[in-house]
Design a protein around this ligand. Structure first.
Ligand SMILES: Cc1ncc(COP(=O)(O)O)c(C=O)c1O
Length: 279
């Protein structure tokens, strides 16, 4: 099978996968999700993604239908069926199908959907040349640490970025940087790696943690704390990190070059460590 779909226990070709129009994920965005990268036929940091999925589901009181071991077996099976050495696994867990009513159904029957798609490596030109970003107000809700299906502000911001010729939008709330629409943000400032501290306003990115671990091994000083818009604009270098983009330098922000307009040494060094890690 090429692109794989999985719905409530059944694997099938992606184009045949279906869920009910009454699914609360479709009706209300009432669910959570994960995106996991596959390198060389192996899911990258699967345990970390699955434990975040569990945390997200618990935070919105959606019952989790599989044990950790069952999750791992399902993901492995999906990857094996796809036959893709390099791909991405998408997992979506919703409160299930029920007649439309805001309150939870009395006996929720969660819907578990998984897809596996092939994914080419990140464009090496974007890595070599860097990408552009723009800042936008963070209009999202107060629990961005939950990887919820409600992505409308992210979708609108990413579209606005695209229409402005930018690759990513970086959200700013009350003068503080939170994260990108689908990435975490890191800055280099006088040799220190700075990134917004975890909290309700941003996702605890699996890649963010991986990059911090690599930076620690490299002996790069780092600070996880509030980062102001002023610091973002004055950074010596800026980069985005996330499952699908890995580590991408930002060389232009809000139409102005970041420092000298070239990818910075921290991003270059960490990206090459990351590449080595994922083979
Ligand atoms: C809002 C947001 N922040 C950060 C990230 C990066 O998280 P991860 O590295 O776990 O993919 C994502 C990933 O999609 C995201 O959607």
């Amino acid at each position: 099978m090429p692109n794989i779909g999985y719905v409530n226990g059944r694997f099938l070709p992606l184009e045949e996968a279906r869920v009910s129009v009454e699914d609360r994920g479709f009706q209300f965005g009432d669910g959570v999700y994960e995106v996991i990268r596959v390198y060389g036929g192996k899911p990258f940091r699967l345990k970390e993604h699955l434990s975040r999925l569990e945390r997200s589901a618990q935070a919105i009181a959606v019952p989790v239908p599989l044990s950790p071991g069952e999750w791992e077996a399902k993901v492995d099976e999906a990857i094996r069926l796809s036959g893709f050495p390099d791909g991405k696994v998408y997992i979506q867990l919703t409160r299930g199908a029920a007649p439309r009513d805001h309150q939870f159904p009395a006996s929720p029957d969660p819907t578990l959907v998984m897809t596996v798609r092939e994914m080419p490596p990140v464009d090496s030109r974007m890595m070599a040349e860097g990408v552009t970003a723009m800042t936008l107000p963070d209009l999202r809700w107060g629990r961005c640490d939950i990887k919820s299906l409600n992505l409308l502000p992210n979708v609108l911001a990413k579209q606005q970025a695209k229409e402005s010729g930018a690759f990513e939008a970086i959200f700013v709330r009350d003068g503080l940087v939170t994260e990108g629409t689908s990435s975490n943000v890191m800055l280099g400032c006088e040799g220190v790696l700075l990134t917004p501290a975890l909290g309700d306003n941003l996702l605890a990115g699996v890649t963010r943690q991986e990059v911090l671990d690599l930076a620690r091994e490299e002996g790069i000083p780092m600070e996880e704390r509030s980062v102001t818009l002023g610091e973002l604009k004055a950074a010596d270098e800026l980069f985005l990190v996330g499952t699908t983009i890995e580590i991408l330098p930002v060389t232009q922000l809000d139409g102005k070059p970041v420092a000298d307009g070239k990818p910075g040494p921290m991003a270059i060094g960490l990206a090459s460590r990351f590449k080595a890690l994922v083979g």
